[in-house]
Design a binder for this molecule. Sequence first.
Ligand SMILES: Cc1cc2nc3c(=O)[nH]c(=O)nc-3n(C[C@H](O)[C@H](O)[C@H](O)COP(=O)(O)OP(=O)(O)OC[C@H]3O[C@@H](n4cnc5c(N)ncnc54)[C@H](O)[C@@H]3O)c2cc1C
Length: 389
Amino acid sequence: MKVLIIGAGIIGAACARSLARRGVDVTVVDRGSAVGATSAAGEGNLLVSDKAPGAELALALYSLELWETLRRELAREVGPQFASIEFDPKGGIVAAIGSREAEGLTRFADEQRRAGVDARVLGVDEALAMEPELSPSISAAVYYPQDAQVQPTIAAEALLASARGAGAHVLVDTVVTGPVRDADGRLTGVTTSNGPLMADHVVVAAGPWSGEVARTLGGTLYVGPRKGLLLVTSRMPQRIFHKVYDASYVGAVQSDDHVLQTSTVIESTASGTVLIGSSRQNVGFDDAIDVAILGEIAAKAIRLMPFLSEVSIIRAYGGFRPHSRDHLPVIGPDQDVAGLWYAAGHEGAGIGLAPATAELLAASLLGETPAMSVEPFSSGRASLVGTPR
Ligand SMILES: Cc1cc2nc3c(=O)[nH]c(=O)nc-3n(C[C@H](O)[C@H](O)[C@H](O)COP(=O)(O)OP(=O)(O)OC[C@H]3O[C@@H](n4cnc5c(N)ncnc54)[C@H](O)[C@@H]3O)c2cc1C
């Protein structure tokens, strides 16, 4: 069987690996370089803490389990000369400021615990002992030991290298421009800037461009961009030990609001820089960096960790999360076009969800029984119907 995957980001790379290891003849095609788009623009949080009970949380728990094995397998497969993916099971601390936020946070943690998440309510003193730079004015905190982190660009590159090791081919600088169909209307390949590529199945894993690419191929997929900006500090000795964020982040992630959302999410990295995020904005592919938004992100971060006011910012950058209206990815076939598949719409969680997405996609495509139900991720689900393109 031949499968063509459109998009060499972390989702395409993970799908290529899962399929190639099952003996499928896989080609990954990208209009730019490999891992040159969204997967190189985000943080590398692998979070369960920000997910409400439901299908996305179940997918995140499954994916975390896979990351545990994957990090060892990748290290073995790509060898010691390949950079480390910097997997760090550091755990997350979510802190509230004010009594209303505190109530919401502890209620959310109770619900998550019932859904299988390890969520431990901390006293303020306990939280400060674990993260001494947290503001003493926080009103509540919850510790999530399952939260982890990777370096997303290296992790995606390692997945792609592993896929190539299993026989996958990667074509860069090749734009997919249209469908090739047989007499029955089945998709049998795509036209590209470098000529046609034929396949038994075509998987769209084109990140925030997935809706656009699906349309080009005659399919229907409601995935578009949701912009995010981040700040990067200069290197410093380690002063932040967990993934730390404020309780309003969960609301921002799950909000449908088209207006600007900012909330604090702070993460130290192995190189000593600290990533401070983030914003969420539905403004199409407008990539302007708005200094006022950076100021808002910085002010909120300083409220949570006051020492950050003394730290230099060396860089600000942004990217486009692949957004679907109900905040769930689409994993599975198009409803009308035979041969067309999707692995897209992971919004701000695609790094974390990549391994589980790939396993579910590969199992569905090959007619195996998937490890969990793929129904909630169907492209025809009710919560997407009527979504404007
Ligand atoms: C600011 C920010 C912070 C984030 N933080 C996190 C985080 O902490 N944890 C987390 O899990 N996720 C995070 N994310 C989300 C995560 O980065 C994405 O969900 C993930 O990278 C999506 O991967 P992808 O492979 O689907 O898309 P991409 O990496 O964008 O790959 C898609 C590829 O498709 C290619 N393509 C598009 N059109 C065509 C075409 N016509 N022909 C050929 N190729 C095409 C593009 O060139 C691109 O390389 C963040 C995102 C942002 C923007």
